[in-house]
Design a protein around this ligand. Structure first.
Ligand code: GTP
Length: 241
């Protein structure tokens, strides 16, 4: 049971990886995982935090991997962006089944499926208490969904990016491969870049650094963590100046 506390952030952008949606499946969206994530998000609705989401597409298609195997990089990246649209619709559906009002805005125009990304409209939706899911990455090849998260967070004036991962935070080396890996409680953008810590790609981190937008890297698979992070509990790793 998580104690009732107040949120320390007014507006957050939650970045989810596509892989997180895999669950036990080898590809696609595991409905159980989508439900878990939606329940976690529902658990913060009473905090009145304006929330938007960017989700990756790696559970369906990995652009970089396909291009390393010979596919044209631009085509591969567009396929990855389409994968994020599928994931965004899956999350929208899971959230709306729980009575949470949402809007999906897509960087690539597909008006039958989603609204186009319009910064002012996104902010209006947030002000009305809707969760806005930004689909389609940045709409450009050669950019990751982490960079899309940084860009959108900047555009909508988010207080923080909450980067969900399957480990507890940022470590000095891969904690899955090395049991002696040490987690940082705080780390600077520059250290993330110079130590090549792979929190997010360099473009995304640099964008956050240039605009002084902090990031919390935390384990989303632990129930209650998103609420803890939003209420300012010291979980995960805080990336800042
Ligand atoms: P407010 O009027 O500001 O409260 O926002 P709203 O989103 O409720 O109003 P709007 O009339 O823009 O949208 C009504 C519904 O249509 C919402 O579910 C939107 O997500 C959806 N919608 C709006 N524009 C588009 C679009 O270009 N494509 C698609 N597929 N849906 C859209």
């Amino acid at each position: 049971m998580v104690a009732k506390k107040k949120a320390v952030y007014g507006r957050v952008l939650l970045k989810l990886s596509g892989e997180a949606l895999l669950g036990r499946q080898s590809s696609g969206v595991d409905p159980k995982v989508a439900s878990f994530i939606a329940d976690e998000i529902k658990s913060i609705t009473d905090l009145n935090v304006q929330t938007c989401i960017v989700v990756g597409g790696g559970n369906i298609f990995r652009g970089l991997e396909a291009s390393s195997q010979g596919m044209d990089r631009t085509s591969a990246d567009y396929m990855g962006m389409l994968a994020t649209v599928i994931n965004s619709l899956a999350l929208q559906s899971a959230l709306e089944r729980r009575g949470i009002s949402t809007r999906v805005q897509c960087s690539i125009e597909m008006r039958e499926i989603a609204e186009p990304f319009i910064q002012r409209k996104a902010i209006r939706h947030l002000e009305k208490g809707r969760i806005v899911i930004f689909a389609g990455g940045t709409g450009n090849p050669y950019f990751t969904t982490d960079t899309a998260a940084s860009l959108r967070a900047m555009e909508i004036n988010a207080d923080i990016i909450m980067k969900a991962t399957k480990v507890d935070g940022v470590y000095d080396c891969d904690p899955v491969k090395n049991k002696n890996a040490v987690m940082y409680n705080n780390i600077s953008y520059i250290d993330v870049l110079t130590k090549n810590l792979k929190v997010m790609d360099a473009t995304a981190i640099s964008l956050c650094r240039d605009n002084n937008l902090p990031i919390i890297v935390f384990n989303m698979q632990k129930k209650g963590n998103i609420r803890r992070a939003i209420c300012g509990e010291k979980i995960g790793t805080y990336v800042g100046e």
